[in-house]
Design a binder for this molecule. Structure first.
Ligand code: AMP
Length: 376
């Protein structure tokens, strides 16, 4: 996808607004909020540095949490400003965009206020570009605009995997809800050689095969579509499951009960929370033979250590593979990090929702806005 770039702009004495996604985790330390993970801040530093070196003054803007249009002090960007200062960033950070209801409402007047006194706009917020919000949509209609380097790299990588994968192309899709992920499974069945489905979304597929799923996550509305996807012969689902009886304690602290291996059918009044050992063996073997891997979503309720095994095995198989591997979605990335495997995959996508939408629809509102800018 061709997106406008900033490299040729004359920036001496000019002002540039950079839309970033600094919606980072914070935690309380020394009686105040501190940035707990500054990966996204560091990733933006080279752009700020480049723009300043070329003579621009740089203003950055981000959303942060969900203050819902009100000035909520706990969602102030102050901790992010402090961290940027410590990192030596040459940038002035505006207060949280979502303190104004105009941001999420895509209000033209709010959008215009963001570029008052601004000569150029750069969208470096891939993770926010699937939302038609004012800071994403309005500036490109008013000033010369470009995609930031990280955004462009992320778009190129994700679309490149879909259009020119080294074969076999193995996709792995997991997570809780079949409703959220069926669209992407449909696209991947067209493009990939094999689509592995795990996590809570897999039980609707299992039910479509007539298997017992007990009281596991399930959505009857999608039974027919799951059956049709299985018909393609390209979808691989778990052949066995681990789980617990209904009502058993569950959570990050674990619980007193040992997980039960259910085999292919989950009995009544029992719930599945992870793929079983046979599934792990089949899935990891398929992953090991891949030329390209795309992974989004966990294989089970991995926050509970008793049900981390399936997701961890997939994470290890992806990390160990020499294939081009792209991992997206907050939970898969969190699992990779928890296992210390993040550096061993080819590309980690920063935008969960945005990467799924780009893969499913081939475009995003924020990318369209850049391409359709009258200044492009
Ligand atoms: P998603 O946001 O759809 O990607 O789903 C991620 C969440 O799904 C994680 O919090 C997982 O713990 C949860 N999850 C995955 N598999 C299961 C399962 N079998 N039962 C319940 N929750 C699950």
């Amino acid at each position: 996808m061709r997106l406008p770039r900033h490299e040729r702009w004359e920036l001496a004495g000019r002002r540039v607004l950079v839309r970033v996604d600094f919606n980072v985790p914070v935690s309380e330390a020394n009686g105040r909020l501190e940035v707990a993970d500054d990966f996204r801040l560091r990733a933006a530093l080279p752009l700020f540095e480049d723009l300043s070196r070329r003579g621009a003054s740089v203003v950055a803007a981000t959303h942060f949490g969900r203050p819902r249009g009100a000035h909520v002090p706990e969602f102030s960007v102050e901790p992010i400003r402090r961290r940027l200062d410590e990192l030596g960033a040459r940038v002035q950070l505006r207060e949280n965009l979502r303190f104004d209801a105009g941001e999420e409402a895509n209000d033209p007047a709010f959008g215009a206020s963001l570029v008052e006194g601004v000569d150029f706009y750069i969208n470096e917020a891939f993770g926010a570009s699937h939302r038609a919000h004012a800071s994403i949509m309005v500036p490109p209609t008013l000033v010369p605009s470009a995609g930031g380097p990280n955004l462009i790299h992320e778009v190129d990588t994700l679309l490149g995997v879909l259009s020119q994968p080294r074969r076999p192309f193995v996709a792995i899709v997991g997570g809780a809800k079949v409703a959220d992920k069926l669209g992407i499974v449909k696209v991947l069945v067209e493009r990939a050689d094999l689509v592995i489905v795990g996590g809570g979304m897999a039980y609707t597929f299992e039910a479509a095969q007539g298997r017992g799923i007990g009281s596991s996550l399930y959505n009857a509305e999608y039974l027919a579509e799951c059956a049709a996807l299985l018909e393609t012969g390209k979808v691989l689902i778990p052949s066995d499951t681990r789980g617990l009886p209904d009502g058993a304690a569950l959570g990050p602290g674990g619980g007193p009960l040992e997980p039960i291996d259910f085999g292919a059918n989950i009995p009544e009044a029992h719930e599945g929370f992870d793929i079983g050992e046979r599934s792990v063996a089949v899935f990891t073997q398929a992953i090991a033979g891949a030329g390209t891997i795309l992974w989004n979503g966990p294989m089970g309720y991995f926050e509970d250590p008793r049900f981390l095994a399936g997701t961890a095995a997939v994470a290890r198989a992806v990390a160990e593979s020499p294939a081009m591997s792209v991992v997206g979605g907050g939970d898969s990335v969190a699992a990779l990090r928890r296992l210390g495997l993040q550096a061993q995959v080819s590309f980690v996508s920063t935008g969960g929702g945005a990467s799924l939408e780009l893969l499913e629809f081939g475009d995003l509102p924020g990318l369209r806005a850049l391409r359709e800018s009258p200044f492009t």
